[in-house]
Design a protein around this ligand. Structure first.
Ligand code: FMN
Length: 152
């Protein structure tokens, strides 16, 4: 049982976008981490959960929670000047959350030394374009195996 078990109409949204920022990878990593941390904080208040991956300059984000809240936050995200080329990949009603343990899990491939994990992130990036459901499930299983990296 958790704080989210009483949700009624749940939705899950998957989108990609590209960071819109010049500068060295360290500066970018800081900016991206800041986005992830403030997102997790805000999501806690809005009963949203999900995952944010940053792979080779591209954001891959899953947001899940009450349908209205998912729509509201995605509207704000679309207007955010820190990224461009926002592409909605999938938006579906779901019966349960997949990311209930994460206000916003976060993985940045630039900050990861494990080659195997970086490969997995790139595989997910590829999958997003061909099979959104599979990409979502793979994201969840990757987080299960990497708890130390994934909590913001
Ligand atoms: C890649 C990316 C992901 C984001 N994810 C979230 C998120 O999960 N939740 C959230 O509240 N804001 C997220 N934001 C921030 C929103 O775009 C927005 O700045 C924030 O919700 C505050 O909006 P407001 O200033 O209109 O209140 C994200 C921004 C970016 C660039």
């Amino acid at each position: 049982m958790n704080a989210y078990t009483s949700d009624k109409q749940l939705s899950r949204l998957l989108y990609t976008s590209a960071l819109d920022m010049e500068g060295c990878s360290e500066k970018q990593a800081q900016a991206v981490r800041k986005i992830a941390e403030s997102s997790a904080e805000q999501n806690r208040l809005s009963q949203l959960t999900g995952s944010l991956l940053f792979v080779k300059g591209v954001f891959i984000q899953i947001l899940e929670g009450p349908h209205d809240e998912v729509e509201k936050v995605f509207d704000r995200i679309c207007c955010d000047f820190r990224h461009v080329d926002v592409r909605l990949i999938d938006l579906t009603h779901v019966s349960e959350r997949l990311f209930e343990d994460w206000d916003m899990a976060f993985l940045n491939d630039d900050e990861i030394s494990s080659l195997a994990l970086r490969d997995e992130l790139q595989e997910i990036q590829f999958l997003v374009g061909v099979n959104a459901s599979q990409a979502t499930l793979q994201m969840r299983s990757l987080l299960d195996n990497q708890p130390a990296h994934s909590k913001v």
